[in-house]
Design a protein around this ligand. Sequence first.
Ligand code: 2NL
Length: 377
Amino acid sequence: MLADGTAVDYAETAQEALARIAAAESLDQVEALRVAFLGKQGSISALLKTLGAMSPEQRQTEGPKIHSLREAVTAGLGARKSALEQAALEQRLAAERLDLTLPAPERPQGSVHPVSQVMDELAEIFADLGFAVATGPEIEDDWHNFTALNMPESHPARAMHDTFYFPERNAEGREMLLRTHTSPVQIRTMLAEGAPLRVIAPGRVYRSDSDATHTPMFHQIEGLVIDKGIHLGHLKWTLETFLKAFFERDDIVLRLRPSYFPFTEPSVEVDTGFAFVDGRRVVGGSGDEPGHGWMELLGSGMVNRRVLEAGGLDPDEWQGFAFGVGVDRLAMLKYGMNDLRAFFDGDVRWLDHYGFGALDVPTLSSGVGTPNVGRGA
Ligand code: 2NL
């Protein structure tokens, strides 16, 4: 009953409330009814408040009725809410279909940079000839980078390399620098492993030089063979065999020209014949044929006896040959890129064009090159 004594028909109130709840057509409407009945200003909340003003006897008869009214309404709201949610879910399940025949969404895939590809190809080719891969630090001291290679302090050949020096010296008082070639790796390998030796040393090298055909960082691969009775014939056969495998053609013709490197004696520069095909240089054939030419490919020679000594070897017992070649240039020649600087721009569009699939691993049996990138430069 109300505070003024008016009797309340709880059964009728409950019926009315439950009818309104059953008629609610949305979760918003259910929530509005909850507020109307059970909210702070709600009608059932108001009934609950009347209990405070009643005598204990009255409260004992009225209290349970009001509480069961509230419970009935609470249960009704909950049931309607679940029913509406269930209906919404069923509608969604009926409307949404999972088409298992749709292609899977594309995932971005990385690609292998041509420099990495070519280094992998070279490692594969030279592994077949019995060469191991040697690596070493890119921050070197001037003894391993220059002195051991027969370029003593103030030797003019040091000026041939525009070197990046560090301001500090190392613990042994040696000048520190970014290696200008991978030769210090070969020195370290000679000292660590002795002879005989067959290694290639691929990696980044640095020279303070920057224009259309020079970048301050570039990639080099050097080869070193040390054994008894090694001569220039071994060098020429090795280079020919490697270049035939790399360019995947048998008509590689080499021209050896006398040259000078401090670390080799005699030193030879190696040219290869090429033809112009559709305005691009394609390696192969003699450079003396009509429409052909020679281009310089790499430098090499017999290891200077002073360098063998610096590597801890007796030059009267051991001989060797060595060669050095620019990996970036080899990649340009084989895969037809024309701008060296694009190699280091990090533009993914360039990689989309020239990059290699991560699963196209070069092997001699499957072919060290891949068919999807153009040939010739
Ligand atoms: C070039 C020339 C060359 C070597 C590198 C070498 C290494 C040792 C001893 C003797 Cl430990 N030689 N390396 C020899 C001749 C040439 O590189 O034009 N590279 C791009």
